[in-house]
Design a protein. Sequence first.
Lengths: 118, 333
Amino acid sequence: MEMLFKDILNTDDVEGIMLFSHDGEMVFDLFPSATLSAPHKKTWWPLFMNALKGIREADLIFEKRRLYVRKTDVGYLIIVTGLFSPMAMLRLNCDIVLPSLKEMNKKKGLKRFFKGKR
Amino acid sequence: MIKRVLIVDDDQEMLLSLKEGLGKYEETFSVRIAGDGVAAIEKLKEHTFSLVVSDLKMPRRDGLSLLSYIMEHYPEIPVIIITGYSTPEMEKLAMEGGAVGYIAKPFMVEDLARKILSTLRKESEGGTLHSVSSGMFLQLIEMEQKTCTIRLFDQTSKKHGVLFFKDGELLDARVDGLRGEGAAYEIFTWDEVTLSIQNDCIQKQRTVHSELQAILLEAMRLKDEADQAKREVHPAKEEKAAEGQLLKKIRNRIEKELGRRCGVEDIYCDDAWDGLMSYLSQAGECFDAGAFKLGYLDRGEANDLILLPGQETVVIIVSPNCPRDRIIETLSV
């Protein structure tokens, strides 16, 4: 999985990545930077995923960081970036990677990570 | 208090020359005109007058018929008759009908003005008071059991009203098109009035049946309600205006940076998004990202959305082909 997201993680100013199942379970996270880690809020993420229902893609801009949210076949991908990450490049990388995620899910039994695939 | 005088004549030239000639008395009375008795009655129903000057021979409704109508419905309004066909019989008829003056045409405008002024003086023979609260003063009239006609002018609404008291009891009230208790409720809410007192009450018909105190209390209650409604309406209006300005500012900012063909389809405020906005904002807190500035959402529909947080969420509808990153950059500065 880490290899799959390698290009995304190598994009400038990307600080971390998280993959959630549709019902809000965090199935993968990687934060190369020591200053930031994936927040383990077990009860909150399912609510957040539910709130995102119907959204295919979202750019969330904050004062100090950005979150890029992308719907995938297995759930939602959240990429945490700084303010200067090249967003067009990041989106393009996602376009390339996400079909592979779908393939992986089919072939290598990624399903075991996802409890409530919809 | 400037009094209103209604001049009724079917001779338009005569009407206009009288209006112009009496213009120099505008600080004492203002002149309104009507072309016949029917038009005069319409004006009497709409406004409060202190005096009517009427010609005798007119189409639709003549002067004598108008005089009789006024004596029946507005007995407190004095009427001066002017006529070009004066005969002693005609004068007798007019005076017996209740007219306070009779002038034969042709006459000098000054003669009519003198007659009007002397008649109007009677209106305030009992004195004139300025800037008083109508409610307070009228309680005194009741206490002293006075019989009088009180004409009031409200400086706030610029309305004229008349109250008729018989032995301290309120018989009738009039304000513009209203009559009876409804008119009394309105007059009693006036805070800053100029009033003149006439020491008699020609009005005999009773249209007010409640006690003065009860009317005063009800008037105060109605005033409180109206004030409360105003307080509720004004902030809403101000908020709406501020909202309009904010939306205009946002659109201008985008169009200034990206031109008119920037892909913005619509901008509006919608609190239906407040729930999602709260979640998006909390997501930022998870990563110590600071304050939430905006969200760009693609829902796979015909248009994308940009949500801006605020007292009410601002929704910007954009075309999916819009220069997304440039709009985001412009709005997040």
